[in-house]
Design a protein around this ligand. Structure first.
Ligand code: PAF
Length: 254
């Protein structure tokens, strides 16, 4: 498997991979959720490229960026084991030769849910994903269902700009106790880790959004939002300083 760091090297080697390239963009610290997306791409395409880039323009909070895990050597091993053909791991100068003077804005759904609590977050996400898709030119790109708002915004962007790429999502992968896998979970201390699954248990129940907010707050979560929208219930809250997000389809509680 090849690891490339520059746009020029990616483009020089990309041709040889074939027409149907699947792409899994990540910020590294790969876990089973990412690996299931890589496997999905491997099954559906001639070749799979994984990007590992912690994109600073989507962090509204410098402390969150500072403590975001960076594990490239391990990510390369895991991506290869899952069947990826290439890892693209650029740096800021490579991704932002314009120093983020050009950016992509969505003015409706991106202002809701996570966008309402993390100003500028989705502008950073859409801008970097547009850049990555233009660099990699994949037939399909894969995103996690856990970040459902992100997935919908990226799918909307691809449609709005007539981009020739299939935007797909793979199901949220969970720990046995229901906690959605996230690269940020490593930052939960033992007490927060023990409490964290409560968020999924409640949003997947038949309680109202308000009841869930109240119960989580009582349990020590700092709730950003519990919102039912378009057939899904979305939740975001901080626990022990770590931001957790999750969502479930409505009416399918187990
Ligand atoms: O979901 C993520 O890890 C990131 O938001 C993404 C899509 C890789 C863009 O930086």
């Amino acid at each position: 498997m090849q690891v490339v760091h520059t746009v020029a090297d990616l483009r020089a080697t990309r041709e040889a991979l074939g027409a149907s390239v699947g792409f899994v963009p990540t910020m590294g610290a790969l876990h089973e959720g990412h690996l299931s997306l890589i496997r999905q791409s491997v099954a559906e395409n001639d070749a799979t490229i994984v990007s590992v880039y912690v994109n600073p323009t989507q962090f509204d909070n410098p402390a969150d960026l500072e403590r975001y895990p960076a594990t490239l050597a391990q990510d390369v091993v895991l991506a290869e084991k899952a069947g990826a053909d290439m890892v693209f791991a650029p740096n800021y100068a490579e991704m932002y030769p314009d120093d983020f003077h050009y950016r992509l804005d969505e003015t409706d759904f991106s202002r809701m849910l996570c966008g309402a609590h993390r100003p500028g977050h989705f502008t950073g996400v859409l801008t970097v994903v547009m850049k990555l898709l233009n660099i990699v030119s994949p037939a399909a790109a894969y995103f996690g269902e856990k970040d459902y708002q992100q997935f919908q915004l990226i799918r909307g962007m691809a449609a709005a700009f007539f981009m020739d790429v299939d935007i797909k999502f793979g199901p949220t992968v969970r720990e046995e106790d229901g906690l959605a896998l996230s690269s940020r979970n490593v930052n939960l201390d033992a007490q927060a880790r023990a409490q964290a699954p409560l968020m999924h248990a409640l949003i997947d129940s038949d309680r109202s959004d308000d009841e869930i907010r109240e119960q989580l707050t009582t349990a020590g979560f700092e709730v950003d939002y519990i919102v039912s929208h378009d057939g899904r219930r979305f939740a975001a809250a901080k626990l022990g300083g770590v931001r957790l997000i999750d969502n479930v389809p409505l009416g399918e509680s187990s």
